[in-house]
Design a protein around this ligand. Structure first.
Ligand SMILES: [Cu+2]
Length: 163
């Protein structure tokens, strides 16, 4: 691992800790983020599409930092234990065509990071709670408006609108 990767990972770890505490105290987080020049959007997860009927909750936070990176953190409860889920930033609201497809920095570019923003895959603990996070180089455009959690078979089971 080179120095810049380990530095980035340290930044992500720190940012994730800040985000998790921030998500718990929403108002305080956005004033802190404003002070640093970042913009923060966040939203609550709800069961969705193939997941309707499941008691899924949690939240997603997307931070556009002042120095041009995008950090996304998800916390999801009510999932199956010890299971790996996919998660991506999507390009429409949860109510519009089931959040449609993935946000891409370059719409004509590859369907994977770093051109997309994937806070998963993440693996749940024995209680069915999962946490995922990622940091992308670049500021996500205005169409980065939702975060979807996918079951292991790829189906969309939860969605959070970011506002
Ligand atoms: Cu997705």
């Amino acid at each position: 691992m080179n120095g810049s990767v380990s530095r980035l990972r340290a930044v992500v770890r720190r940012a994730t800790m800040v985000l998790v505490s921030a998500a718990l105290v929403g108002a305080a987080v956005s004033s802190t983020a404003r002070a640093s020049g970042a913009t923060v959007t966040s939203g609550e997860f709800h069961a969705f599409a193939a997941g309707v009927g499941l008691d899924i909750s949690g939240h997603a936070v997307l931070v556009r930092t002042a120095d041009g990176t995008t950090i996304v953190s998800v916390h999801v409860e009510g999932l199956a234990p010890n299971t790996t889920y996919g998660s991506h930033v999507h390009q429409t609201a949860c109510s519009a065509n089931f959040a449609d497809g993935h946000f891409r920095f370059d719409p004509a570019g590859p369907a994977r990071p770093p051109n997309e923003i994937w806070p998963g895959p993440f693996t749940t603990n024995p209680a069915g709670v999962g946490n995922g996070n990622t940091m992308a180089e670049g500021t996500a455009g205005p169409e980065a408006v939702s975060v979807v959690v996918h079951a292991p078979d790829g189906s969309k089971i939860a969605c959070a609108d970011l506002a």
